[in-house]
Design a protein around this ligand. Structure first.
Ligand SMILES: Nc1ncnc2c1ncn2[C@@H]1O[C@H](COP(=O)(O)OP(=O)(O)O)[C@@H](O)[C@H]1O
Ligand SMILES: [Mg+2]
Length: 261
């Protein structure tokens, strides 16, 4: 089953200076199957976040159509969860209460909310920190809590916008491992944005490469490698280097025209 579909999607924003509409993304076609993990890579400002916002129904396309779970997206979608670089934890709620927020909104009973949150926090290696406040946690731990919160509502689709880009290299690899395992076990569909090429290869079934603004998909690469549930192992495969080289070539890394952020 196709979980996320973009058909000839374009999005323009009105330029403040000229008051003219200017395309951020143009003619984007993509189709992601249920259970697939797909990464988008592309130069800064090419419209990656704009695409995710349209997937979540936070922005509406100016051209074309977006479908999630077979339904056309015209407003924010419940079955989609978003995770960003900023953890956006509420400082006045403890970690458990941050994780249960979506469940409270869904009207789930307190005992059940607590069970779900504590189980997820344990999976995210935060057992014992349920009653700590965000300020008491390191950046990596906060991002783990944000991951637990994202998963708590059991979304069908996860949209992840550079969720680990503020973390140090080691913390990042451990979080990738946890995320990959959970996505795999629960057969979640995910659209992942990153500027870390090896991260994209380590986590994904497929990679979509975008052009500069107005962004469109210029290349699709199937990552035909084992260990989608174990990125630490996948990272060690000899195929990683050549694949990374191909992506650098496509993104013109090192050529004066491209600057990756
Ligand atoms: N709400 C908005 N209003 C006006 N311009 C926007 C808005 N959101 C994004 N843009 C513009 O659209 C382009 C793509 O932005 P974005 O999707 O954030 O790129 P990326 O995530 O690939 O770095 C950028 O030039 C950005 O300035
Ligand atoms: Mg972005």
């Amino acid at each position: 089953m196709i979980e996320i579909e973009f058909r000839k999607v374009g999005k323009s924003f009105v330029d403040r200076q000229t008051a003219q509409a200017r395309a951020a993304v143009t003619n984007v076609n993509l189709s992601i199957k249920s259970g697939e993990v797909v990464s988008i890579i592309g130069p800064s400002g090419c419209g990656k976040s704009t695409l995710l916002n349209m997937g979540a129904g936070l922005y509406l396309p100016t051209e074309g159509e977006v479908f999630v779970g077979g339904e056309r997206v015209t407003k924010p979608v419940r079955k989609v969860a978003f995770m960003l670089q900023k953890d956006l934890l509420m400082p006045w709620r403890n970690i458990r209460a941050n994780v249960t927020l979506g469940l409270e909104i869904d009207g789930i009973r307190e005992a059940e909310r607590r069970r779900i949150a504590d189980e997820l926090l344990a999976k995210c290696h935060l057992k014992g920190f349920e009653e700590h406040y965000p300020y008491q946690l390191s950046g990596g731990m906060r991002q783990r809590a944000a991951l637990a919160r994202t998963l708590a509502v059991d979304p069908q689709v996860l949209l992840l916008d550079e969720p680990f880009s503020a973390l140090d290299a080691q913390t990042k690899m451990v979080l990738q491992q946890d995320l990959a395992k959970m996505l795999y076990e629960k057969k979640k569909t995910a659209l992942f944005i990153t500027h870390d090429l090896v991260e994209a290869i380590a986590l994904s079934d497929r990679l979509l490469v975008m052009s500069e603004r107005p962004g469109t998909i210029v290349e699709e690469i199937v990552v035909d490698l084992p260990f989608r549930d174990n990125p630490l192992e996948r990272r060690k495969l000899p195929e990683i280097g050549p694949l990374q080289g191909r992506l650098m070539e496509l993104l013109k890394v090192g050529k004066e025209t491209a600057e990756l952020h």
